[in-house]
Each structure stands twice: as structure tokens, then as C-alpha cells.
Write a protein that binds this ligand. Structure first.
Ligand code: NIG
Ligand code: FE
Length: 414
């Protein structure tokens, strides 16, 4: 059976295909359809129509029909466009140290932070990493996530980075969520590398990226542009190399100090992520660019610092996506819906802006154009909430659990 129908009467269905990719959105611009049904063929949406008309069509084509007879809101499946869920070990010690007064950069300079996770991730086998990814991704799925990005970046040696990317590839076989992998080998200069930052990045560009390409392990390259990691001038030759090899670029930008977002703009990155330190200058530049600005409220909550200026970015005309940044150091929570709702409350983002940030604008941050809206021809990835009012979803800040998460037309949760 490859034809499925979900027949309402859905109380509300939010297709969002009429909403624009860039800038602020109006609360009232959310298109709400009542009493609908969705017909799915081969994983994509064949038809969205009034439920009584749709049920006849579904019978005609012999679809497997699920009647949902309680009030339900259907949204596009959520897209978490920035995570680091391939890792080993815990950084609970860092969290306690930060809350006792140390900063993220101080802990990192003292040998903790990212390097601590690198040490533990190198000790883990590819299979152990795969199991960790699967367990974490399944928790995301329970909150309605149907597509997730996963970065490498805790290997920091050619073979160790490949091990991480292979673990991400292998995890796909055990998951119904789609995983998009990204090479973040430029996360920091590994402490055991005998050479300069420039030399390390040359190794990545000349040895690692061609191997990733040859094995088809990833189409995306990320770098952490930050004090203590890499400067814009360190990264530029590496990004040129990555672009010449046809990788999409994304940047960890303006987290503590500025500089990264301008590199993202100059090198036509798909997205610039973090942006907690962006000032009016960077906000204006991002607003007039096509780079998707990605806010990571989970990192602000994990580090106990301010949120990215999401409201100002939207007002400046930027496309704003929201992601969990799920990682063992700065963002161990990994609850996208909770974090997006909190960012909305703290930054005064309306319902349309928050939902856009975790659906079609997050798809744009991954350069994916086949998902993130409920419309004919798009992937049938949906999340259904047991309520008659879509505003209840953010109001409960993640504690209203999805009734179903649906991937390519099939129920994958519960
Ligand atoms: O997005 N900022 C750099 N990278 C990650 C944190 C990684 C870590 O602390 O392990 C981030 O916050
Ligand atoms: Fe990150």
C-alpha cells in the first residue's frame, strides 16, 4: 500500500505555503483551513481538500484511510536545521562550572568544552555513535520533528570525521526521520594537531572534503568562526575550496564575537547560525542578504546568556529559522518546540513567525525545497496536535505532545 488518507474533520490545517520566506509575518496571515483531509501517494501530498470530498477520492484510489474524529491541528512536520547529536559523553561538569561562574570560552581554553567531547567521541566506535544518534533523534520525533540536520565536528581528524559522518549515514537505516549531514571539521583547531590553523584547514580541504564527496557522506560544510576557534581570514580559503567542490556553506557565526555573519554573506552561505552577538550592523546586513538567519535558543538556555535578536532580524527583512543546536556542551536539552516557543515569548515573535522558523524557513536553511509546507506535491510530513486551536501549541511551550507524527504519509509516532 502506498496511498494513505488522513481524513478530518481536521479542525485546522496550516499549509503556510502563502507565507513569504523573508521578513516579519502577520499573525493573521496564517492560513487556516477547516474540515480537511489529506491524500498521500508515494510519500507526497496528492490532494488536500474538504474531508467529505476527499473521502470519496480516497475510496476511489483504494487508499488506506485513517479517520481522525477528534479536533486536531495539522502542521508541516518540524525541521530542526542545526544539531550536533552525533557525540559521546556528557558535559554536565561544564554546565555546573558555568553556573558556578566560569565562561564557555574559559572552560574551552582550559581543555574542557568541545575538546572534552572530541576525546570521548574518538573513543567511541562508529556503531556506538550510530546508536546514540538514533536514540536522540527518536526523542525529537516525539516532538514532531521529521527532518534533522546532524553535524560532525567532534572527530577533528580526517578518519575520525569520516567515522562520525558514516555513523550519521548508518543511523538513517534505523530512523524514519530524514537526517541531513554536515561536515563541521572546522569546529576548533584540535589540540593534538602539529601545525597552524591554516595547515589544519588545508588538510581538511585537500584530504577530508574530497573523501566526503567521493563517499557521498555530506553536501554541506560548516565552520565555527569565533575567538578561540577560527577567524574569518583563517576560514576564507577553506570556504573557497569547499565551494569549488560544490558544498553548501553554513556558518557558526556571531556567537560571542562578530565577524562570522559577514563571511556567511560574502561566501553565499545558505545560513548563518547563532547570532547572539550580532549588532545592528550585522542585523542590517543579514536582513538585506539571502542568508537564512538561524536562532538557537537552546544554546542561550544552556549557556545562560541572551537570545539571538530574532525580532530585529525579522524586522530588518531576514529569513529566520529556529533550531535546537542539540549538543552535549551548549545545548543539551534538544527540545525544538519548547525552545521555539520560549524564543517566541522572549523575542515577541508571533505564531506565524515561530511556525515558519521550524518549518519552511528551516527547510530553506537546509536548501531543501520539497518540504516544510502542506501543499500538493510536497512531502507528506506532518505533525498533528490534539487541539482545536493552533495557538495552544506554542502556548503550552512544548508540553502539548503531538498526537501523531507522520513521515512520507506513514505514522511514525507514537
Ligand atoms: O553550536 N559553538 C560551537 N559549537 C556548538 C557547541 C559545541 C559544544 O560545545 O560541544 C554550538 O553551540
Ligand atoms: Fe551548533
Amino acid at each position: 500500500m502506498n496511498t494513505y488518507a488522513y481524513i478530518g474533520p481536521f479542525t485546522e490545517l496550516l499549509p503556510m505555503d502563502a507565507l513569504s520566506l523573508k521578513g516579519g509575518l502577520r499573525e493573521e496571515s496564517l492560513k487556516v483551513l477547516h474540515h480537511q483531509g489529506i491524500l498521500v501517494k508515494d510519500g507526497t501530498i496528492l490532494e488536500i481538500d474538504d474531508h467529505s470530498r476527499l473521502i470519496s477520492k480516497a475510496r476511489e484510489v483504494g487508499a488506506e484511510i485513517t479517520i481522525i474524529d477528534i479536533p486536531v491541528v495539522a502542521l508541516p512536520g518540524f525541521i530542526d536545521c542545526h544539531t550536533h547529536i552525533c557525540f559521546s559523553g556528557s558535559r554536565a561538569g561544564d554546565y555546573a562550572l558555568r553556573n558556578a561562574g566560569s565562561t564557555y570560552l574559559e572552560i574551552s581554553k582550559a581543555g574542557g568544552g568541545i575538546w572534552d567531547t572530541v576525546t570521548k567521541t574518538r573513543q567511541a566506535s562508529e556503531e556506538e555513535l550510530t546508536l546514540g544518534i538514533v536514540a536522540r533523534a527518536e526523542k525529537h520525533l516525539a516532538q514532531g520533528v521529521t527532518t534533522m540536520e546532524v553535524k560532525s565536528g567532534y572527530g577533528l581528524q580526517v578518519e575520525e570525521e569520516l567515522k562520525m559522518l558514516r555513523a550519521i549515514r548508518n543511523a538513517r537505516a534505523s530512523l524514519s526521520v530524514d537526517l541531513v549531514s554536515t561536515c563541521l571539521a572546522a569546529h576548533m583547531l584540535p589540540r593534538d594537531f602539529k601545525g597552524s590553523r591554516k595547515e589544519y584547514l588545508e588538510v581538511l580541504g585537500e584530504e577530508l572534503l574530497p573523501k566526503i564527496k567521493a563517499e557521498g557522506l555530506s553536501k554541506r560544510v560548516d565552520a565555527f568562526i569565533e575567538e578561540g576557534a577560527f577567524s574569518p581570514s583563517d576560514i576564507i580559503p577553506y570556504f573557497k575550496k569547499a565551494r569549488a567542490l560544490c558544498f553548501d556553506i553554513t556558518v557558526h557565526a556571531d556567537q560571542f564575537t562578530t565577524g562570522g555573519s559577514q563571511v556567511a554573506i560574502d561566501y553565499q552561505a545558505i545560513s548563518a547560525d547563532h547570532l547572539e552577538a550580532s549588532t545592528s550592523k550585522e542585523i542590517a546586513a543579514l536582513g538585506s542578504s539571502n542568508v537564512v538567519a538561524v536562532a538557537l535558543p537552546g544554546a542561550s538556555l544552556g549557556l545562560g546568556c541572551g537570545f539571538a535578536p530574532a525580532r530585529d532580524l525579522l524586522d530588518a527583512g531576514a529569513s529566520l529559522a529556529i533550531a535546537s543546536d542539540h549538543n552535549p556542551g551548549s545545548a543539551p536539552m534538544g527540545q525544538l518546540l519548547t525552545q521555539a516557543a520560549i524564543l517566541g515569548a522572549m523575542q515577541k515573535l508571533n505564531t506565524a513567525e515561530v511556525f515558519a522558523g521550524i518549518t519552511f524557513r528551516a527547510a530553506a536553511a537546509l536548501n531543501l525545497h520539497d518540504r516544510g509546507v502542506l501543499a500538493k506535491g510536497k512531502l507528506a510530513d506532518l505533525v498533528l496536535f490534539p487541539t482545536s486551536d493552533h495557538r495552544e501549541i506554542l502556548y503550552h511551550q512544548g508540553s502539548l505532545q503531538p498526537m501523531y507524527t507522520i513521515k512520507r504519509g506513514k505514522v511514525i509516532y507514537p
